[in-house]
Design a protein around this ligand. Structure first.
Ligand code: ATP
Ligand code: MG
Length: 460
């Protein structure tokens, strides 16, 4: 795009040669700038992207999106570079959609990244697909993902997170999806939304944004999700375990690593699926991905083959590693909420183990329910057969108390430690060959570092 086109798309003013052309990528990080790129200078809380304009210029950036012009580089000056990034992505998305791009959006409280990773790998068999690993689901990550697509891209898989009412609607204006997937309505960010119905209201903005010839892929096993059906003009495809779902799983079994096998059932066909990702919760994610891939025109046989071939792609989500000494480490430390904690404990319960050990940290952003949920988690851990619970950090006190209330001996089978270092020391001392240890907490507690230490630092 020329500087003039970028100015038009963003509503900004071009400074410098209007014929300047951006031929490369769009990036916020001056360290990743390559020749021909557009550098977006975002004024952040700690650092100001404008301080890195000289570095971006030196790295060969063709132009920059800024709030104040820089004489060293052609610029488009805007009031808010993040808003401008969204507008630029919207303009590019409209252009690519005209050329045949199909966009699939995914939202839900848990499993967006996991499902995106499955769907991206399934669709790749049908055509060039953009679905980057990781969790690019906000006002910066989503437009950047859109802008990583080009004329050769056939499928664009977008993760959509919600930080409040109207957020997903806004993301859908950046990239209008033809297929919208809603996974579940849980208690992630409950504090912010007030109630599960409030979360459902916000997540449902995705299906409201779909066109009449689009498809809403709704999880029939979650009443708040299938309850979104009246909110869309699009065709509804129900996924789930029950008879009433259009796309369902039958005969679900788990292997020793808690990887699911099942029969994928559609109106006319039945195909065997063997997942490579860990945990029974991945069956629901796989069904949602299957529904979306079918909506995009793939056959059930292709979908089953794609799901069976899909590898884990984003880090720290149920990463199962066997150490040489026979200890198994399950690193699910990417984040945590009550539903994903229960999913991880269920997987742990299903894995053969000498002893089951859980190193758990707090769950953030639960609002007024936080204390009750931590106590309940401790009880759930005991119910899942956890032999030794190590609760890490001040916010995890309730988890240890819950386990004691459910019968574990305080200080021996249910131990609270002040920090990660103490948790690492205790669990390292405790581990014996054959043990399985689950490591999980909300992102901000950094327990993935503890898991990496357990693996000799290799997986950091
Ligand atoms: N369907 C599911 N139900 C419950 N837990 C799940 C489900 N899918 C994934 N998880 C668990 O939730 C955690 C986060 O998974 P994932 O990163 O896929 O979710 P996400 O919705 O993208 O999260 P975020 O909102 O942080 O982007 C992991 O611990 C994962 O094992
Ligand atoms: Mg995510």
């Amino acid at each position: 795009m020329t500087l003039a086109e970028i100015a038009e798309a963003t509503g900004g003013r071009a400074h410098g040669a209007a014929g300047t052309t951006v031929t490369g990528a769009v990036t916020l990080d001056s360290r990743t700038v390559a020749a021909g790129d557009l550098f977006v200078a975002v004024p952040g809380e700690r650092v100001d992207g404008h301080d890195f304009l000289p570095a971006a210029t030196a790295a060969g950036a063709a132009a920059a999106l800024v709030t104040r012009p820089d004489p060293a580089l052609p610029c488009v000056v805007v009031d808010d570079p993040v808003v401008a990034l969204g507008r630029l992505a919207a303009a590019v998305h409209t252009r690519l959609t005209g050329g045949g791009l199909r966009t699939l959006g995914i939202t839900g409280s848990s499993g967006k990244t996991s499902t995106k990773d499955l769907l991206g790998q399934v669709l790749a068999a049908a055509g060039p697909t953009v679905s980057p690993p990781g969790s690019y689901n906000n006002d910066i990550g989503l437009p950047l993902t859109v802008l990583s697509a080009d004329e050769s891209t056939r499928f664009l898989v977008l993760e959509m997170g919600s930080r409040g009412r109207g957020h997903i609607a806004r993301l859908c204006r950046v990239a209008r999806p033809q297929v919208g997937v809603v996974l579940n309505v849980g208690s992630a960010h409950l504090g912010e939304f007030g109630s599960a119905d409030g979360i459902a209201q916000a997540k449902g903005e995705l299906v409201e944004a779909l066109p009449a010839d689009g498809t809403a892929v709704l999880n029939a096993d979650d009443p708040r999700v299938i309850g979104m059906a009246p909110r869309t003009r699009a065709r509804v495809l129900a996924t789930g375990r029950g008879e009433d779902a259009d796309v369902r799983a039958e005969d679900v079994t788990l292997d020793d690593s808690a990887r699911a096998r099942f029969t994928l059932v559609t109106a006319e066909e039945r195909h065997a699926v063997a997942l490579r990702v860990v945990g029974e919760h991945q069956v629901a994610n796989a069904l949602s991905a299957a529904g979306a891939a079918l909506a995009a025109g793939m056959t059930p046989a292709q979908v089953a083959a794609g799901l069976s071939g899909a590898e884990p792609r984003s880090r720290w989500r149920m990463e199962v590693t066997r150490r040489d000494d026979g200890v198994t480490v399950v690193n699910d430390a990417y984040n945590a909420n009550p539903e994903s904690m229960r999913a991880a404990l269920a997987a742990l319960a299903g894995m053969p183990a000498g002893r089951r050990i859980a190193v758990l940290g707090g769950m953030a952003e639960l609002g007024p329910d936080a204390d009750a949920e931590h106590l309940r988690l401790g009880r759930d851990a005991v119910a899942a057969g956890v032999d030794l619970l190590i609760a890490v950090g001040p916010d995890a006190v309730g988890i240890a108390e819950g386990a004691v209330a459910a019968g574990r001996r305080a200080g021996e089978e249910s131990v609270h430690v002040p920090d990660r270092a103490a948790g690492l020391a205790l669990v390292s001392e405790a581990l014996r060959p054959g043990d399985v240890v689950l490591v999980k907490a909300s992102r901000s507690y950094g327990l993935e570092l503890l898991a990496a230490e357990l693996l000799g630092g290799a997986a950091a």
